[in-house]
Ligand binder design. Structure first.
Ligand SMILES: Cc1cn([C@H]2C[C@H](O)[C@@H](COP(=O)(O)OP(=O)(O)OP(=O)(O)O)O2)c(=O)[nH]c1=O
Length: 184
């Protein structure tokens, strides 16, 4: 198999890819992640994954590049990383006692082949009160995460139910990546 490059700055993605192989490099892809008005969440995450992969593939055309992008979708609205703590609080208030979706777009790109897939999950939160939200936001954990929470961390106690791929929520659908790599 070709040498793998993970086009990501995310420590979670690196840790999860290491369950498949230790033989890979990491090269973060700095792309414009502005949301075009009217774009659907599905198109947005898959386009972002493709653009991250393409950005690094253009520099390393002999490698197999993996790009991912994760967003939360609430009432049809795309929620990325919070811009500040107030934004994080507002997002968490919206999840209280409700269900939202998390989408991860995934692209595998090499000279011979390109595959893009969508992985997703529905997540239901318990009711959250202001103290819980304030404490969680004060921990800083929400700030580098899509939708302002980390299911694998402090937000684990907020979760009532999950349907779908847990690893799509964490940002790297590792089982799906493993399956797709078999055809490269
Ligand atoms: C909802 C959720 C998101 N996240 C993370 C996964 C992603 O790292 C991040 C979503 O932001 P992304 O923009 O998808 O990724 P990133 O900026 O962290 O890394 P890169 O673009 O370089 O690949 O949110 C969690 O870790 N846990 C969660 O429960």
């Amino acid at each position: 198999m070709k040498k793998i490059i993970l086009a990501s700055q995310s420590p979670r993605r690196k840790e999860l890819l290491a369950h498949i192989t230790s033989d890979f490099e990491v090269q973060p892809a700095d792309i414009d992640e502005t949301v075009t008005p009217g774009i659907t969440p599905e198109v947005y995450v898959t386009q972002m994954a493709e653009q991250k992969a393409a950005h690094i593939f253009n520099q390393y055309p002999d490698h197999l590049v993996i790009g991912c992008d994760t967003v939360v979708v609430m009432d049809g609205e795309i929620l990325g990383k919070p811009v500040d703590k107030e934004d994080a609080k507002a997002m968490l208030q919206r999840y209280s006692n409700r269900t939202h979706d998390v989408l991860t777009g995934l692209t595998l790109m090499s000279k011979d082949k390109q595959i893009t897939k969508l992985a997703q999950a529905s997540v239901t939160f318990y009711p959250l009160d202001d103290d819980q939200i304030n404490d969680y936001v004060a921990s800083e954990e929400p700030m580098d995460k899509a939708g302002a929470y980390g299911i694998q961390g402090g937000a684990s106690i907020f979760i009532k139910e999950i349907e779908g791929d847990y690893y799509a929520i964490v940002g790297f659908p590792v089982g799906l990546v493993n399956e797709l790599l078999k055809s490269f």
